[in-house]
Design a protein around this ligand. Structure first.
Ligand code: M6R
Length: 620
């Protein structure tokens, strides 16, 4: 969703902001803009559409300066157009701001400001905050303050923040305040990059990569002052704090496309490596268990746990469904998977012995964060399985496990899914070995897990076949995705991938459940994608496949290498390596990711930035 970038230092700020905005494009947006402190005051360039179009505008009307803020907007209040784009001016252009989040009481504040004579140009909630800062600046000046004085400006910001309800990450420029950005956070992430004689501001670390490795994650209720000669952070209630500098792990190659045409394809191809990263240092052959360091609970406390709740959204919810099978199978721990958007408002009974895991790639999903906070508020230990280091959920959690998958930039989640499933397998092994699982069983799982990066590499060999299948089926407008047990979540995930990037209607179902309704959809125009590797109930899934064929439904099957029986029934077979049942999601998800990718390409869709979607959904 919306993205923020800011800079104060010695570089040409317009170029730097534009590059930062390009790096934030993956989050999803519909307009972009920048504000630069120039000799003429604050100058703004903004435009609906892509950052490249904004670049054209800036090339035609350059901005010269060394301090500025930029924004990519994903419309919430008011349609995506030039006027609603950020930055927004406040008052008589004394101040310009960029804002992520939602100001919930914007309507009443707008009325109050209109009564005071403020004129609103946009339909946004953000403009309210801009005018409010200008208003409080005027108030401070009446009390003897000065527009070029930092203390006066900070008082105006704090007086404004006192009146805002909702969430915000703010970057603020004052016309009269030289060489300064003020930033404030409540519920919407901000990270500050620390350079030599320069500071960067951003809503996530991607614009900072390659410029600095030293970062400070702003916490809620903190206000930061960025000047070329120093950084000052104060907590709004407790006063000045010493910034805690952390090291950024990402390198430029992580966010570059390299030889790939799209980030989604690059990320699909990274999976042998990302699964290996998720396993690295976490397999203990001696004890036949997993090494899980960050749960922050003692083995005694962990042994007392008798139920697990996994909460997440979208793809992360699907990996949670795989996790449910694994935790119940390996550790005999009753597990429930809750949509975070539902859990946050439900009030299910949760005992002292329940452990809650929020699963999230970005660590910023508003619903997942809210569900987690609600559980924490009730006193339950709440952990995170998360990819983005330093993200809000990672910081709010009582402990957790990082995926170490590197930045996922394609809006359609791919490598995060397989990394989440890997981590959930490790967690299940860990809990299993604390309970019923034998030493030989633990060792067997470790050996099988070790082989997975290679198996995933081998799975990628299906790419040519998938391309062929996509070529034959991309014009169909309805798909069913069917799988059972561990592979039912894979079917859901395959359907989600197809929907989100190719805009084709697709439904995931447990293969046998199809008889109870969806089979009515089956005809020659509705292909069914079967996830049917060998194992447990393979013959049952075969029967389900026959049922579809009997009704003339085209069938695309994901099956194990060498499976001739499937080939006799299905119209198309995409082969994957034969692995244990519980590991099948790790290989079966991959052809489905590739299928969605190629179908979307053939339909002329923007695979990395599908319409209406955002990479991290930071609003409710
Ligand atoms: O960052 P998160 O894992 O919390 O995101 C959850 C969902 O928004 C996300 O998985 C979404 O469904 C993806 N676009 C799926 O590809």
């Amino acid at each position: 969703m919306c993205g923020i970038v800011g800079y104060v230092g010695f570089r040409n700020v317009a170029d730097l902001l534009l590059e930062g905005l390009h790096r934030l494009e993956y989050r999803g947006y519909d307009s972009a803009g920048i504000a630069v402190l120039t000799e003429q005051g604050i100058e703004v360039r903004k435009r609906a559409g892509r950052v490249a179009e904004l670049g054209g505008l800036i090339a035609a009307q350059p901005l010269i300066g060394h301090v500025g803020i930029g924004h990519t907007r994903w419309a919430t209040h008011g349609e995506p157009n030039d006027i609603n784009s950020h930055p927004h001016f406040g008052g008589n252009q004394q101040v310009a701001i960029v804002h992520n989040g939602v100001i919930e009481n914007f309507d009443s504040l707008r009325k109050q400001l209109q009564q005071l004579g403020y004129v609103f140009r946009s339909q946004t909630d953000t403009e309210v905050a801009a005018h409010l800062i200008a208003h409080h600046l005027d108030e401070q000046i009446k009390l003897g303050g000065s527009a070029d004085d930092l203390t006066t400006c900070l008082k105006a910001v704090n007086a404004t923040l006192d009146r805002l309800k909702g969430t915000y990450g703010l970057g603020i420029l004052f016309t009269e305040l030289p060489e300064t950005i003020i930033a404030a956070r409540s519920g919407s992430p901000l990270v500050i990059g620390v350079g030599r004689d320069e500071y960067f501001l951003a809503s996530d670390a991607s614009p900072l990569i390659g410029y600095t490795k030293e970062v400070v994650y702003l916490s809620d209720h903190e206000v930061a002052v960025l000047r070329a000669d120093g950084l000052q952070i104060e907590h709004r209630h407790t006063g000045n704090i010493r910034p805690s500098i952390q090291t950024l792990q990402q390198v430029s190659a992580d966010i570059e496309l390299g030889d790939y045409e799209h980030y989604m394809l690059k990320e699909i191809y990274e999976q042998p490596q990302t699964v290996e990263n998720a396993l690295r240092g976490r397999l203990d052959m001696e004890e036949a268990t997993a090494v899980i360091g960050g749960l922050n609970l003692t083995p005694k406390e962990l042994r007392k746990i008798d139920r697990i709740v996994l909460t997440a959204c979208g793809t992360s919810w699907h990996s949670g469904l795989v996790g449910e099978h694994l935790l119940e199978e390996f550790a005999r721990l009753p597990t429930e998977v809750e949509y975070a958007s539902e859990l946050r408002y439900r009030n299910p009974p949760i005992s002292d012995r329940t452990l809650i895991f929020a699963i999230t790639q970005s660590g910023e999903t508003a619903d997942t964060l809210a569900a987690m906070k609600e559980c924490k508020r009730k006193g339950h230990p709440t952990l995170a399985i998360c990819n983005v280091v330093g993200s809000t959920i990672a910081r709010e959690a009582d402990g957790g496990i990082y995926l170490h998958a590197g930045p996922e930039i394609g809006v359609a989640s791919t490598k995060a899914f397989t990394s989440q499933v890997t981590v959930l397998t490790l967690l299940s092994l860990y809990f299993g070995r604390m309970r019923h699982m034998s030493f030989p069983a633990g060792r067997r799982i470790i050996r099988q897990l070790r082989d997975m990066p290679e198996k995933i590499q081998k799975t990628l060999e299906c790419h040519d076949k998938v391309r062929e299948v996509a070529d034959r089926y991309y014009h169909f407008n309805n798909f069913l995705y069917l799988g059972r047990l561990h592979n039912f979540p894979v079917a859901l995930e395959g359907a989600l991938k197809l929907k989100e990037i190719s805009y084709i209607h697709a439904e995931g179902y447990p293969a046998a459940e199809m008889k109870h309704g969806p089979i009515a959809l089956v005809d020659q125009q509705t292909p069914s994608v079967f996830v049917i590797p060998r194992g447990g109930i393979y013959p049952k899934v075969m029967s389900n496949m026959e049922e579809i064929k009997a009704r003339k439904g085209p069938v695309i099957a994901i099956a194990c290498e060498g499976d001739r029986d499937v080939a006799r029934v299905a119209d198309e077979v995409i082969y994957v390596p034969d692995v244990e049942d519980y590991l099948q999601p790790l290989v079966c998800a991959i052809p489905l990711q590739l299928l969605a990718y190629h179908v979307a390409l053939l339909r002329g869709c923007n695979v990395d930035r599908p319409r209406n979607l955002a990479k991290s959904v930071t609003v409710e």
